[in-house]
Design a protein around this ligand. Structure first.
Ligand code: FES
Length: 251
């Protein structure tokens, strides 16, 4: 999109805003940056990702093809799906455009660029349109994490629940809330329709769409808590596997 004639280019950070507009991008940069560093480190470790029936979500699904060299962690075979899902997410896009690219740093805050805004219609940002495909992968990965959580209830063939099982249960619930509150999922469920009574099972689909719309209104919160909890789930299983933490068996 071309900049309208007569529009002034503000220098980077210039604004009339009096509120702490910089706080949100700063917090995001610290939290998302910290999570990315930890996740990369954990993926490189290639050990301590299993404890009893628990499997770290960073390593699930656990793929170990014969051609995989021993120095390469299996986490790198699967991390592209959740990473691509988060990086192309509508909320994360807004947040990291502001926090890392300063493009713009905030609403009504100067970005210090002369002109030539092209939105997400040119490379590389046109790749953000792959989000709907990453959604399909994310749903698949979520289903596998649910299976992992069910398997985390089986200890040597016996049913049992440990604290780690609960940690994994919370993880799949939060990831589910994040995944199914996705804007693309809402569109898929019915956001693209404007006449419910014209549809087969229109009433039921409308009810479902309203439920997803409720979740969608809280998408940002689900993005945050699910990201933090998936990291904590890996930390918990890793510490147990390293012998630094005792997993409590509840029954
Ligand atoms: S919009 Fe955030 S996951 Fe789809």
């Amino acid at each position: 999109m071309l900049r309208p004639q007569g529009m002034v280019t503000l220098s980077l950070g210039a604004t009339d805003r009096k509120d702490a507009w910089w706080l949100s991008p700063l917090l995001f940069a610290i939290a998302f940056g910290g999570f990315s560093i930890y996740a990369t480190w954990a993926a490189w470790q290639n050990e301590f990702y299993r404890f009893g029936p628990y499997l770290s979500p960073f390593y699930s699904p656990l793929l170990k093809p014969e051609w995989l060299p021993p120095w390469l962690s299996p986490a790198f075979l699967i991390l592209g799906a959740p990473l691509g899902f988060r990086l192309t997410c509508y909320y994360y896009r807004k947040a990291y455009y502001r926090a890392f690219l300063l493009d713009p740093p905030g609403c009504a805050v100067g970005e210090g660029k002369p002109s030539g805004y092209r939105g997400e219609r040119a490379f590389p940002f046109i790749l953000q349109n792959l989000h709907r495909f990453f959604l399909a992968l994310a749903i698949l990965v979520w289903g596998i994490l649910v299976k992992d959580t069910v398997e985390a209830c089986i200890w040597d063939g016996q049913f049992g629940i440990g604290l780690g099982t609960l940690v994994m249960m919370v993880n799949v619930v939060l990831l589910g809330l994040y995944t199914f509150s996705c804007h693309s999922f809402r569109h898929l469920i019915g956001g693209k329709h404007d006449c419910w009574s014209c549809l087969t099972f229109g009433k039921q689909r409308h009810t479902l769409w309203r439920g997803v719309s409720w979740l969608n209104g809280r998408h940002m919160q689900f993005a945050w808590v699910s990201m933090i909890w998936v990291g904590l789930t890996d930390v918990y299983i890793r510490l147990c596997a390293m012998g630094l933490l005792q997993d409590s068996r509840l029954f």
